[in-house]
Ligand binder design. Structure first.
Ligand SMILES: *[C@@H]1O[C@H](CO)[C@@H](O)[C@H](O)[C@H]1NC(C)=O
Ligand SMILES: *[C@@H]1O[C@H](CO)[C@@H](O)[C@H](O)[C@H]1NC(C)=O
Ligand SMILES: *[C@@H]1O[C@H](CO)[C@@H](O)[C@H](O)[C@H]1NC(C)=O
Length: 323
């Protein structure tokens, strides 16, 4: 039962198509042609590698499925132009001068399966950077010499991620909590980073130890610090670190020891005091007893002396009688 006439799905679709068409013709960056210095084929592959480009190509076909802009000097991926390409499956941006990718850079690329950001100058990866890439299967982000920080939740939403390569960056630590939860992840590249082999990285080292088969170039995945562990493989120190990092005591342990110490001290003091009291009482008791005995002795001596004397006298009397 329809009370008021509603716009049918067809009208809506038409409206969207119209809007898109206008948007496309109005947009300076998108067309059905092919960008300067790029080669576009009918398989929807756009090839712009090694063309000395310093900016992201304009005039990209809207339906582009593969875009290769490697070996240029592009400094920025403009979110607006990139996110028009909602059918993009493959994006190779390797060997450029990208310093930053933001939360909105890949905001609309839900079909993207392959992304290559290697050989750039990225320094850090934020929380939501790859969040919208729900179909991402392979992410290559190697050889960014200044890349020293990846947010713990950077890959949390990439449920289809199978291959992650962050080799030859400047990473010292990596929180693997969200990586462990990725169901499809089967290959990791971590080699050539100055990994810290201290307790902060204990989980990572233990992971490499337990699932060595997952790690590409595991032999080159080595500690950069501390000095005495330099060059040791992460897989090698995994167990060692586990035991080492868990023998130290937490603040609750110290509190426990302080409490136990106090209890023992208190118990000792109380029992010593009790013992002292008992001894004093006992001594007094003994002393009183002695005094009583002495008193009794004195009084009985006084009473017994005449008797004793008479006894002695009697005895001497007897002997004298016998004699
Ligand atoms: C990067 O691109 C430049 C050309 O812009 C090229 O000369 C160089 O060999 C490339 N480097 C790598 C590692 O592919
Ligand atoms: C790598 O990181 C360290 C600090 O962790 C920094 O001192 C060094 O300059 C970085 N290297 C590069 C190439 O940015
Ligand atoms: C790793 O990240 C998770 C989630 O952000 C956090 O709860 C956890 O404490 C982190 N682990 C370490 C060792 O920093």
């Amino acid at each position: 039962m329809r009370l008021a006439p509603q716009p049918s799905a067809q009208t809506l679709r038409l409206l969207v198509v119209l809007l898109l068409t206008f948007g496309v013709t109005a947009s300076p960056v998108i067309s059905t042609g092919c960008p300067d210095r790029c080669v576009c084929d009918d398989q929807l592959v756009v090839q712009c590698a090694g063309q000395h480009l310093t900016t992201f190509p304009v005039n990209l076909p809207l339906a582009t499925r593969q875009l290769i802009i490697s070996n240029n000097r592009i400094v920025e991926l403009p979110p607006l132009a990139l996110n028009y390409l909602s059918d993009l499956v493959y994006l190779d941006c390797s060997n450029n001068s990208l310093t930053e990718i933001s939360e909105s850079t890949f905001g609309n690329l839900r079909k993207l399966a392959y992304l290559d950001l290697s050989f750039n100058t990225l320094t850090r990866i934020e929380d939501r950077t790859f969040g919208p890439l729900a179909s991402l299967v392979m992410l290559r982000m190697t050889d960014n010499p200044g890349l020293s920080e990846i947010h713990p939740d950077a890959f949390t939403e990439n449920e289809n991620l199978q291959v992650l390569d962050v080799s030859r960056n400047n990473l010292t630590a990596l929180n693997i909590t969200s990586l462990l939860a990725l169901p499809a992840l089967r290959s990791m590249g971590l080699s050539g980073n100055p990994w810290s082999c201290e307790c902060e990285n204990e989980d990572l080292c233990l992971w490499v130890h337990l699932e060595t088969f997952k790690f590409q170039d595991e032999g080159q995945t080595v500690c950069g610090s501390p000095a005495e562990m330099q060059g040791l493989r992460l897989g090698e120190v995994g167990i060692q670190l586990r035991t080492f990092c868990h023998q130290t005591l937490g603040s609750w342990d110290y509190l426990f020891f302080v409490a136990i110490g106090f209890v023992i001290f208190a118990a000792g003091t109380v029992s010593a005091w009790l013992m002292g009291v008992v001894m004093v009482l006992y001594e007094r008791y003994i002393k009183r007893k002695d005094e009583q005995l002495e008193n009794e002795d004195e009084s009985s001596e006084a009473a017994h002396v005449p008797m004793a004397r008479t006894e002695r006298e009697n005895r001497s009397l007897k002997t004298s009688l016998i004699v």
